[in-house]
Design a protein around this ligand. Structure first.
Ligand code: SF4
Length: 317
């Protein structure tokens, strides 16, 4: 399968008054065309920063200081602003956590769609654009009549579906969904994930699903990537991650999911706190919390190796 995205040696820094936050640290990552990749890890591990970097949407003072992000072989890091603007939306789209703050309350839904389409195609006829918006709403299971309503007239689930529609209206081939179900209740969340799976097949999309919810990735992802402290620590097929996690952090993450089949008087937790990314621990960034740490872990950063089909960065392998 072809790679749609290849990230090489990516470093993203945020200089702040007490030092430099190393939010993404020497990440190498490949995404196959047409797959759903779950990107998981605790808050602050760098997963959203990585998603924003792919679209060059980092807010200052965030900056890509090293590395390449190759989209179909073209380096996004070195593109001009105009080239990135052309790419954003039309080839790579992003949907965010909270649809209410992403939609303009003063604009009707049709105006959101039309503005998105006209930004990328100034010659498009209004009637044609409106027709496309109607068809998109039908694909999302929403009556086209709702195009004439304002965001506050729609439910949270509908607004999030509209956000996907706006992401897909220009027919991108890569969709980055950053915690898309955070604002939804569990029933609407399940419907939303089903819809995302249908749209992925219909439009042959590649999806990066950024989430801290392992249930979501289990439902949708072909492969899973695990980030910790700005580092990509494990990448593997989804089944294999759940059945045979290799990295001690992935093992800890999975064992802290409650299991209704087990008699668990107490939930398992991972000891310690996420690392300080201004002064990250030397060696393996996970070593202060790792139950299997050994001498070398405290001094030398582990290399990434292939083991049982997993890419894993740990001195145990
Ligand atoms: Fe644990 Fe060492 Fe592996 Fe890091 S490299 S995860 S500290 S065993």
């Amino acid at each position: 399968m072809n790679n749609i995205l290849e990230i090489e040696n990516l470093d993203v820094h945020f200089p702040i008054n007490i030092g430099t936050v190393r939010a993404v640290d020497d990440v190498n990552w490949k995404l196959r065309q047409g797959e759903v990749m779950g990107l998981v890890g605790e808050s602050g591990c760098g997963k959203s920063t990585l998603g924003f970097s792919i679209q060059r949407l980092l807010r200052p003072p965030g900056k890509i200081v090293n590395g390449r992000i190759l989209y179909h072989g073209q380096d996004i890091v070195r593109m001009t602003e105009k080239e990135v603007l052309d790419l954003r939306g039309s080839k790579i789209a992003m949907i965010f956590q909270d649809p209410l703050t992403s939609l303009n309350p003063l604009f009707r839904i049709d105006q959101h769609f039309l503005e998105t389409m006209f930004t990328h195609d100034k010659g498009l006829k209004k009637a044609e654009a409106f027709k496309k918006a109607e068809q998109m709403l039908e694909s999302l299971g929403i009556s086209p009549d709702r195009l004439l309503e304002y965001p506050h007239q729609l439910s949270g689930g509908m607004r999030q579906r509209i956000m996907i529609g706006l992401g897909l209206i220009l027919q991108p081939d890569l969709l980055i969904a950053d915690e898309p179900t955070t604002a939804l209740d569990v029933i609407v969340e399940a419907q939303f994930l089903d819809l995302l799976a249908d749209l992925q097949k219909k439009f042959n999309l590649t999806i990066i699903l950024i989430t801290h919810n392992l249930g979501n990735v289990a439902q949708l992802a072909d492969r899973i990537s695990v980030m910790y402290g700005g580092n990509m620590v494990e990448v593997a097929e989804a089944n294999s991650i759940f059945e045979n996690p290799l990295h001690p952090y992935t093992q800890g993450l999975l064992s802290s999911i409650p299991n209704i089949k087990l008699d668990q008087p107490k939930l398992k937790t991972m000891p310690g706190s996420p690392p300080d990314l201004v002064n990250p621990p030397p060696g393996c960034v996970f070593h202060p919390r790792c139950p299997q740490a050994k001498g070398v872990c405290k001094t030398k950063k582990p290399e990434t190796k292939t083991k049982d089909g997993h890419l894993v960065s740990c001195w145990l392998y």
